[in-house]
Design a protein around this ligand. Structure first.
Ligand code: NAD
Length: 387
């Protein structure tokens, strides 16, 4: 079998790993980082987990903290202008998926001719070039962006959440320290946890899965399946936070290589048009899309259910698949995931945009990786079903 596999060169994983950031930079021959983060990391003081070790090591750094949740092209361009004339030798991306994706996108544009727009790099273009080594430090568990060769940026002129992929978006290194995630609020804990589960499941059933991505997906499904509820109901549960952080990173490695599928394809337009956080729009879709796709890869879905602990080892595929869909519905209920209607989206607005959203979902390419490949009408039907 021919396959290629992409992963960061160096990952430091575990409690307190952030305190070793200067050691990591030193081994990589780097010492003048630009730290890209969000205002919340500064307000909460969480950023000190990386700036204090850098101070102690005498490293000079600059902070760009003007990132926004679900990053948009204008903010990327502002970051490029900020970074262009700095004396820096690397980028440290610190925060949830939004600051990490922002940092990746800034890094790609920094390597392009001045004035290049973000949309130049949207798939199917391959964004293999970035300006600087990038070290990602996630504080949510999570998007897995620290381990992926993707960044997702919204085009503010077209309201399109663009997928951008290539080696230019793959961090050189990552620090995965679950202690950074202990302060994540309940809603974000649920949304990011379901996002990570979706990555693992979509990678596992993807038409582009391979034996290496499968091994990461299996490990992630087990960790996340066993800890998703605990981490939401018991925010101080250290073992659950640790398992979720590792699970999210492993799920990132899985989908970075196997790709995501229909849930993500349909989720990005919801985020772009209605400003629903990424993990939440995935959660709204996951049970219905799994129900729709089940017949096309039943043994895979059944195995995922058993690994996640949603079905018994002795359950036949049909029963295990049914239990998976039931459990995804129950998780959404238990973790307070709203429907689009309950989220506050008006019916005429949702129905008015469903055809455009279906076109954008198909254009992203992700639905083509799904076990059951939908046409526009099927996607519109799914949007209607979840409203
Ligand atoms: P986020 O980064 O937008 O953060 C959500 C909120 O949580 C923010 O207000 C943030 O300040 C806060 N927060 C983060 N860490 C915290 C902490 N430790 N304590 C308290 N508050 C904290 O959310 P996210 O779900 O991590 O990232 C979503 C983004 O990631 C989306 O733009 C999505 O498209 C993208 N994404 C990228 C990839 C990829 O491979 N590049 C994969 C999936 C999702």
């Amino acid at each position: 079998m021919d396959m290629s596999f992409f992963a960061p060169r160096y990952m430091d994983i575990g409690a307190g790993a952030a305190s070793r950031i200067a050691v990591m930079l030193g081994r990589l021959g780097l010492n003048r980082p630009l730290i890209v983060t969000d205002p919340m990391m500064v307000k909460l003081g969480l950023i000190a987990r990386v700036t204090e070790p850098l101070d102690r090591a005498g490293m000079v750094y600059t902070v760009f903290s003007e990132t926004v949740p679900e990053p948009v092209d204008r903010v990327i361009e502002a970051g490029v202008r900020f970074a262009a004339d700095l004396d820096i030798d690397c980028i440290v991306a610190f925060g949830g998926g939004s600051p990490i994706d922002t940092a990746k996108a800034i890094n790609i544009l920094l390597a392009a001719p001045e004035g290049t727009r973000m949309r130049t790099f949207k798939v199917p273009v391959v964004a293999d070039t970035a300006a600087l080594p990038l070290i990602a430090v996630p504080t949510t568990a999570g998007t897995g962006s620290e381990a992926t060769r993707f960044t997702v940026i919204t085009d503010t002129e077209t309201d399109e959440k663009m997928l951008i992929g290539g080696l230019g978006a793959l961090p050189l290194a990552a620090i995965v320290d679950f202690e950074l995630s202990m302060s994540v609020p309940a809603r974000t804990t649920a949304d990011t946890g379901i996002d990570a589960f979706t990555h693992a499941l979509e990678a596992f059933v993807s038409r582009r899965a391979n034996p290496v991505s499968d091994s990461y997906a299996r490990a992630a499904l087990g960790l996340i399946g066993a800890n998703l509820r605990a981490v939401y109901h018991e925010p101080d549960n250290v073992a659950a936070r640790e398992a979720m952080m590792l699970g999210a990173t492993l799920a990132g490695l899985a989908f970075s290589n196997a790709s995501v599928a229909l849930v993500h394809g349909m989720s990005r337009p919801i985020g772009a048009h209605f400003h629903v956080p990424h993990g939440l729009s995935n959660a709204m879709l996951l049970p219905a899309v799994t129900r729709y796709s089940l017949h096309a890869a039943l043994p895979r879905y059944a195995e995922a259910a058993r690994i996640a602990g949603f079905a018994e080892p002795e359950d036949a595929d049909q029963l295990a698949g049914a239990k998976l869909v039931d459990e995804l519905d129950t998780i959404n209920f238990d973790l307070g995931v709203p429907t689009p209607e309950a989220f506050g989206i008006r019916r005429d607005d949702w129905y008015g945009r469903r055809a455009v959203m279906a076109d954008q979902a198909l254009a992203s390419g992700s639905p083509a990786n799904n076990p059951a490949v939908p046409d526009a009408a099927a996607i519109i039907g799914l949007y209607e079903a979840i409203y």
